[in-house]
Ligand binder design. Structure first.
Ligand code: NOJ
Ligand code: NOJ
Length: 707
């Protein structure tokens, strides 16, 4: 093999391009979710490794055993993945998992799904190699990046492994034993019973999730262990993380976890808050968390509605109202991660074995607001309907890699459109025409417009009249080239962004996509990421028309230090300005401003601090104690559910406690307040409490409510 040596300047360029790619927002990406064990067996050498032998089933009949898929296998299928047009993969947790059969007999029960960590510092031997080295992961990341594909690693902060069997929760630090459920002198685990009430905030965070040994993230050793471990994955090139069970790890601590990730590199973070559906009792907590932590969330509201509408034939109004509710509540709604299938639910085709409906659901997801995830195998129409197709039967073996299926081509076309028309990535979402079976909606970012029409009825054609659009006057062909039967469209001139279209027939099971891209009149900011961080943290604004010569990014009147400036992406460091919420203003080199975009400047690096207030009484049902104080991290003296920190937790009522993340080394003032069910606020008496947050580690505060 001939060794190619890069010229140093070229090498620098290659490196800075890689950094730029990592810093970009994810809204232009389409994510492909892979259950690593079930995708492709790239190396037979790791099928039955010696330290965890006997957990492999070569016959693929025991669905709870390892079946041989591995990181090398994903790497070997890179051209298949790339050919589908997806630009990111989300893979199962990569860390070393427990080695023992959880069933202590037959049939074998193995952590093939990889949510049973034993060592967050090492790579699982079934996915890599028997020395738990990084080689296979590094090779996969390199191959993915060479193909323009980002790598998202699944990551579970909440727990190690089963507390009652297998390895009894045993946790290791790069091979050195730390603790297990029965041998935990330093309090690394919570040791509480299983969660019973999934609407109880205390149980959710401090009890045990289905027998999975519950890590105590506020413990100073565990705090640093988890943060160090994920930094290792960032250093090895991971571009983002899907955070498992964020409703079950300590919410306050997770702010400091996200902050620690962002301080290392601007990786994309999205968490699984099951279930952040608008109807859920903790919906408000869910979107408050997404709005403040800097993490996106998997969008279970859209998941439920898409499944109901396309598989179970509910009316489109359900989807429409869901999206409009979420769009009002989630500030960063276009950063939420949308999906209709996952490794945790029956595949759409198991619910309704109708490929047309699958295509429609895919087309919807790929054009809806949010970052879409396609579950591996959906593009091959794979499903196993045993037990309704539920876990584990949704984790099918990827038995075909056919690049000519309609679904594969559909994904490719719409992933390509996401790159070329910013309406999909950054645009608003607007319903234009609806009945029970037909949904026509528009995505618009300035003068980039995508109009989508779906008729999900299997037999009835609908006459469409009275449709308006922001597409400019002209004639349009279906962007999908008739793949799902879409007709052309004629648009006449109207006014105010409402141009009338011709009347037309939308045939049964049809999807049409019409689009237009116009040149920007001024710089257009579509995205900022991360959305929260202290001075010095690297942030990227993405969009269009920034120009090629360097302009300015202003926080109030203070300009940020620009790192990289291109026509569509600008990276900079947050300047030293006072903590608070800013409407950041990008200006091109001739001073023309873009639309402002929101960013929260923290006071300093966040560390976890636990507050206890004793004897905060009386409170009646529905009243909660909150914490509020002098910095943005403490809500800047806010007194509402959204602005104050909390609600606090009363497992030892009338004492309340809350773990939260505060700026390291900072002197703060705070008070506790009661917010009644009707919003009425009662302040504790006396002077403000004072506290200086430690410079590192964790902190704790214990005071009495001042009467
Ligand atoms: C949610 C994951 O998606 C699921 O598969 C897993 O079993 C649990 N969290 C626990 O890690
Ligand atoms: C076994 C289930 O099959 C799997 O889905 C789940 O992830 C684990 N239990 C719990 O982590």
């Amino acid at each position: 093999m001939k060794l190619r040596i890069l010229h140093p300047v070229l090498l620098l360029f290659v490196i800075s391009m890689a950094v730029l790619a990592r810093a970009q927002d994810f809204k232009k990406q389409v994510i492909y979710q892979i259950v690593t064990d079930r995708f492709f067996n790239g190396s037979a050498g790791n099928d039955n490794p010696s330290q965890s032998s006997g957990l492999f089933d070569s016959t693929k009949t025991n669905w709870q055993a390892y079946w041989g898929g591995d990181l090398a296998g994903i790497q070997q299928q890179m051209s298949y993945i790339k050919g589908m047009g997806v630009t990111a993969i989300w893979i199962s947790p990569v860390v070393d998992n427990e080695n023992l059969n959880m069933n202590s007999g037959t049939p074998i029960s193995a952590p093939y799904h990889a949510y049973h960590a034993r060592d967050f510092m090492r790579v699982e031997e079934h996915f890599g190699d028997s020395s738990n080295s990084w080689t296979a992961f590094d090779n996969l990341v390199t191959a993915a990046h060479q193909n323009g594909i980002k790598v998202i690693v699944d990551w579970a902060n909440n727990h190690s492994n089963y507390n009652a069997g297998g390895e009894f929760g045993a946790l290791y630090n790069n091979g050195t034993f730390m603790a297990s459920d029965s041998n935990d002198p330093n309090g690394y685990f919570h040791h509480n019973p299983n969660i019973i009430d999934f609407n109880d905030r205390y149980q959710l965070q401090y009890y045990t999730l289905a027998g999975l040994d519950d890590l105590n993230q506020e413990n100073v050793t565990i705090d640093s262990y988890l943060k160090t471990a994920i930094h290792q994955f960032q250093t090895h090139g991971a571009d983002g993380f899907r955070l498992d069970a964020i409703k079950h790890a300590t919410w306050g601590w997770e702010y400091s976890f996200a902050n620690s990730v962002f301080a290392q590199a601007p990786s994309f973070l999205f968490g699984e808050w099951y279930n952040n559906n608008p109807g859920d009792p903790l919906y408000h907590d869910a979107y408050k968390f997404a709005n403040k932590s800097g993490m996106s969330e998997l969008d279970f509201g859209v998941n439920t509605a898409v499944r109901n509408v396309f598989a179970s034939n509910h009316n489109f109004s359900e989807l429409d109202s869901n999206i409009s509710t979420e769009n009002t509540n989630f500030i960063w709604n276009a950063d939420q991660v949308t999906f209709f299938d996952s490794h945790d639910e029956s595949r759409l085709l198991s619910v309704n074995n109708n490929n047309n409906r699958l295509h429609q659901a895919m087309a919807f997801l790929l054009t809806c607001r949010g970052i879409p995830v396609i579950l591996y195998g959906d593009e091959q129409y794979l499903h196993n309907d045993t037990n309704g197709g539920n876990d584990p039967y949704d984790r099918v073996w990827m038995s075909s890699f056919n690049t000519t299926t309609t679904a594969y081509q559909l994904i490719n076309k719409l992933a390509t459109l996401r790159q070329s028309n910013n309406g999909l990535a950054y645009g608003g979402f607007r319903q234009r025409w609806i009945n029970n079976d037909v949904y026509i909606y528009e995505r618009q970012f300035f003068n980039e417009v995508v109009l989508v029409a779906i008729n999900k009825n299997d037999a009835t054609n609908y006459a469409i009249s009275g449709l308006f659009t922001a597409l400019p006057a002209g004639t349009y062909t279906d962007y999908l080239g008739g793949l799902l039967g879409g007709p052309g469209l004629t648009v006449m001139s109207g006014s105010g962004g409402n141009n009338p279209t011709n009347n037309f027939t939308l045939n049964a099971h049809t999807v049409a996509v019409w689009q237009s891209v116009g040149a920007p009149a001024a710089p257009e900011a579509g995205s900022i990421g991360p959305t929260v961080g202290q001075p010095g943290i690297k942030v990227t604004i993405a969009g269009k028309g920034f120009g090629t010569s360097t302009g300015q990014v202003l926080f109030g009147t203070t300009a940020a230090a620009i790192q990289l400036w291109s026509d569509s992406s600008v990276s900079f460091n947050v300047p030293s300005v006072a903590n608070g919420v800013y409407q950041v203003q990008l200006k091109n080199s001739s001073g023309t401003p873009a639309n402002p975009i929101q960013f929260t400047v923290l006071t300093a690096k966040l560390i976890p601090v636990t507050f206890t207030v004793n004897n905060a009484t009386p409170t009646s049902m529905g009243d909660y104690i909150f914490l509020t104080g002098s910095t943005i991290e403490l809500g800047t003296w806010g007194t509402t559910f959204d602005t104050a920190v909390g609600p606090m937790l009363p497992p030892n009522y009338p004492n309340w406690f809350l773990n939260t993340s505060l700026p390291a080394g900072t002197a703060v003032q705070f008070k506790f307040i009661k917010i009644a069910a009707n919003g009425a606020v009662t302040w504790e008496n006396g002077a403000n409490h004072q506290y200086t947050v430690p410079a590192s580690g964790t902190g704790s505060v214990n005071v009495n409510w001042q009467y």
